[in-house]
Design a protein around this ligand. Sequence first.
Ligand code: FAD
Ligand code: NDP
Length: 315
Amino acid sequence: MEKERLVIVGSGPAGHTAGIYAARANLAPLMFEGFMAGGVAAGGQLTTTTDVENYPGFPEGVDGTKLTELFRAQSARFGTRILTETIETVDLSKRPFHLRSSEREVAAEALIIATGATAKRLHIAGEDRLWQAGISACAVCDGALPMYRDKVLMVIGGGDTAVEEATHLTKFGSKVLVVHRRHELRASKIMQQRLLANPKVEMVWDSVVEEALGEGVLQALRVRNVKTNLTREIAAGGLFYAIGHVPNTEFLGRQLTLDETGYIVTRPGTTQTSVAGVFAAGDVQDRVWRQAITAAGTGCMAALEAERFLHEHTV
Ligand code: FAD
Ligand code: NDP
């Protein structure tokens, strides 16, 4: 079995920043970037978006996929070795830790988990039957498909993702309905303003979607107002979930301490997990900020902490 000093699992801004720092510290890190892990391409959640306008260094904004390509090129340039494989199981009971992908098993003296998070689904009636036949969890990935052109499209959620996806969908749909379970969006103010000023957007406040209807493809949605309890059927050709994410921690088999929703618990102010030598960075350990820049920041911290750990604990 190959033995590594440092293995990084995950390939978003957290993983690649860890790669850049660790490679520059001569740790020759091995990264498992994932192969459609959690349904997201290697590079992470930014591959599912268009313009990123709040990452420093890009005053005109930068395409999300392009930004992930730049991260990858920079970490590879300094010597991060990258495998397009998903880690399926780990054994963290003793050092070196063991990790298994579909292709190989490796041992690692230190480990950085940066596996991010995946979009949530609601599992409403009709969803399984109409999944990808009018229902999607990524408007940026799927919105331009011919099946959604000039249709009434519906987005569920009230966060930045919902606002961004709804705004994006106005380019393709005849109208975009944003269904939110409360009467207040949690999205940032600037994005809310853009959304609400868009003439193609209509808000459906205090409401939940309960059923997807249609033969072969989505044709309508059953929506209930949670205040009046009245239910109505709304004709729509697309439904896009934007209701948040679940952290990608299942493969850990609860060998690290997780919080009640599955996020890895780290010691405050550090990236240290409940197992010495295992560090966590990015959205997988962050239920609050969940931004590319904060993910990158904790990726940097994880690499520096791993370097210090390896210096102090040589197997
Ligand atoms: P992720 O980006 O989630 O990447 C982790 C990756 O690791 C996964 O995609 C997968 O490829 C890989 N992986 C997962 N499991 C495994 C495994 N078992 N083995 C191997 N590899 C694995 N933030 C901003 O700052 N600005 C924005 O404009 C912005 N726009 C966004 C738009 C959308 C639609 C979304 C969904 C998010 C957006 N965000 C934005 C948030 C930002 O994308 C995340 O905070 C950031 O990508 C988190 O980075 P990460 O490195 O923690 O993980
Ligand atoms: P959030 O957790 O911020 O928002 C999820 C939304 O979905 C909330 O409005 C929530 O409602 C709603 N929701 C959750 N569960 C359900 C359910 N079961 N039924 C109905 N509605 C539900 O997730 P996002 O994906 O929007 O954002 C995640 C992070 O990524 C944030 O930190 C965000 O800032 C960042 N991001 C940044 C962007 C940018 O800066 N351009 C773009 C996209 C994301 P409620 O409000 O009632 O809880």
